[in-house]
Design a protein around this ligand. Structure first.
Ligand SMILES: NC(=O)c1ccc[n+]([C@@H]2O[C@H](COP(=O)([O-])OP(=O)(O)OC[C@H]3O[C@@H](n4cnc5c(N)ncnc54)[C@H](O)[C@@H]3O)[C@@H](O)[C@H]2O)c1
Length: 353
C-alpha cells in the first residue's frame, strides 16, 4: 500500500492507495453513526464488500442517482433530509463511496450539514484520484458546473483499487484524462515515458497504481501550497474552461467529465502553441490519445457563441473575459485571458467537420 501525505492549512491527512485495503476502516474511532453516501451502481456492484469492513457502528445508507445526476440541488436537499430523518448528528461520520460525483456531493453534505461533519473519501473511479484529494466539494447549478460548493478536506482517503475492475472502458478513459492533465502541467518526463509504455487501455489498467500515485502526488504538492485556489491551484483547471462549458452545453452526464477535459486539453494546447509557441510533439500526442480511444474534437452540434457565454461564467473568469490555463512550456502553466477572436478560430479548427 502507498501512503501519500496531504498537508494543507486546514488539515493534514493521508491518502491510502492499494488493492484490498478496506481494513483501514476497521479501526475508526467511536462515531455515533455512519452515513454512507453512494449510488445505484455502487450498491449493485460493491456495497456489500464495503459493508464487510465497517466497524460495529449504526450505519445508514443514502443511495443517490448515478453519475452527474448526484450533483443536483434536489439530490443534495434529499440527502440532507435523509440525514436529519435518520438522526445523523455532530458525532457522526460520512463515508463518500463512489466516483467524483459522489465524492463531490457527499463532501458538500459533510461541509454543510450541521455546519460540518467529518468525512472519508472512498473513491471507486480512476478520475477520483483527482476529485477525492484536495477538498474541493460541490454540486452543480443548471447554469454552471460546481457553482455551489466549499473547500472542505476529508479525514482520510482510502483508495482501494479493487473497485476499478468493474469500470467501463469509457470511464477508464475519462479518469485517465485527469492523469494526463496532471502530467502535462507538472511532469512532462513522466508523460513522455508513459506515451511509450502505454499503448492500450489494458496496458493502462495493469499499471494503474503507479499513475494514480503520481497524479495524487502532483495534486498534493499543488494543494499543499495553495489550498483555496488563490494562485497555483488554478493550474489544475488545465483543460477545464472549455471542458466544463461542454459538459453544461451537452447536458450534465452526457459527456463524461474526463472526456470533456481531454477536448479542453487539446484546445488549451492549441491556444498555447499560438500564444506561447509551446513546443511539444503535438501530432504524436494526438496519435497517442487516439490509440487509446479518445475523441478529442469538439462535437459538431456545438455552437461557439453558446460555449463562449458558458466559458465567461467559469469560476476563473474575470469580468466578461474567459480565463484559461495555458502552457508556456510543458510543465510550466500560466493563467491568462484569451482574446475572443482567437478562441473562435481555434474552436472551429478543432471542431468535427
Ligand atoms: N472535487 C474535485 O476536485 C474534482 C476534480 C475532478 C473532477 N471532479 C468531479 O468529478 C466528477 C466526475 O467523477 P467520475 O468520473 O468519477 O464520475 P462519476 O462519479 O459520475 O462516475 C462515473 C460513472 O461510473 C460509475 N461508477 C463509479 N464507480 C464505479 C465502479 N467501480 N465500477 C463501475 N462503475 C462505477 C458511476 O456510478 C457513474 O455512473 C465530475 O462531477 C467532476 O466535476 C471533482
Amino acid at each position: 500500500m502507498d501512503t501519500i501525505k496531504i498537508s494543507t492549512r486546514s488539515k493534514n491527512y493521508n491518502v491510502y492507495l492499494g488493492e484490498n485495503i478496506l481494513s483501514e476502516l476497521e479501526d475508526l474511532p467511536n462515531y455515533s453513526k455512519l452515513l454512507i453516501i453512494t449510488n445505484e451502481d455502487l450498491k449493485e456492484l460493491h456495497l456489500n464488500t464495503l459493508k464487510r469492513h465497517l466497524p460495529n457502528i449504526e450505519t445508514h445508507i443514502y443511495i443517490s442517482p448515478n453519475g452527474e445526476n448526484a450533483k443536483t440541488l434536489e439530490v443534495y436537499n434529499d440527502c440532507i433530509s435523509f440525514a436529519i430523518d435518520r438522526g445523523i448528528d455532530r458525532k457522526s461520520m460520512i463515508l463518500a463511496f463512489g466516483g467524483g460525483s459522489i465524492g463531490d456531493l457527499a463532501g458538500f453534505v459533510a461541509a454543510t450539514y450541521m455546519r460540518g461533519l467529518p468525512f472519508i473519501q472512498i473513491p471507486t473511479t480512476i478520475l477520483a484520484h483527482d476529485s477525492a484529494v484536495g477538498g474541493k466539494v460541490a454540486i452543480n447549478h443548471p447554469l454552471g458546473k460546481n457553482m455551489v460548493g466549499a473547500f472542505y478536506q476529508p479525514e482520510q482517503v482510502i483508495f482501494d483499487t479493487q473497485f476499478l475492475s468493474t469500470l467501463s472502458d469509457r470511464e477508464i478513459r475519462s479518469g485517465f484524462a485527469e492523469v494526463v492533465k496532471h502530467l502535462l502541467i507538472a511532469d512532462p518526463h513522466f508523460l513522455q515515458k508513459i506515451m511509450t509504455e502505454i499503448r492500450s487501455l489494458d496496458d493502462l489498467t495493469n499499471k494503474i497504481q503507479r499513475f494514480l500515485k503520481r497524479g495524487i502526488e502532483i495534486k498534493a504538492n499543488i494543494v499543499s501550497r495553495d489550498e483555496r485556489e488563490n494562485d497555483i491551484r488554478a493550474y489544475l483547471n488545465f483543460g477545464h474552461t472549455l471542458g466544463h462549458a461542454l459538459e453544461v452545453d451537452l447536458g450534465y452526464g452526457n459527456l463524461p467529465h474526463g472526456e470533456a477535459v481531454m477536448i479542453g486539453v487539446i484546445y488549451a494546447l492549441h491556444l498555447s502553441k499560438h500564444i506561447h509557441h509551446l513546443e511539444m510533439p503535438y501530432e504524436k500526442f494526438i496519435l497517442w490519445i487516439e490509440s487509446l480511444g479518445y475523441k478529442w474534437r469538439i462535437p459538431k452540434n456545438i455552437q461557439f457563441d453558446s460555449i463562449f457565454e458558458r466559458m465567461k461564467k467559469d469560476k476563473k473568469s474575470s469580468g466578461h473575459t474567459p480565463v484559461f490555463v495555458l502552457l508556456k512550456e510543458l510543465g510550466k502553466p500560466v493563467v491568462q485571458k484569451v482574446d475572443q477572436q482567437l478562441l473562435r478560430e481555434s474552436f472551429y479548427l478543432i471542431q468535427e467537420s
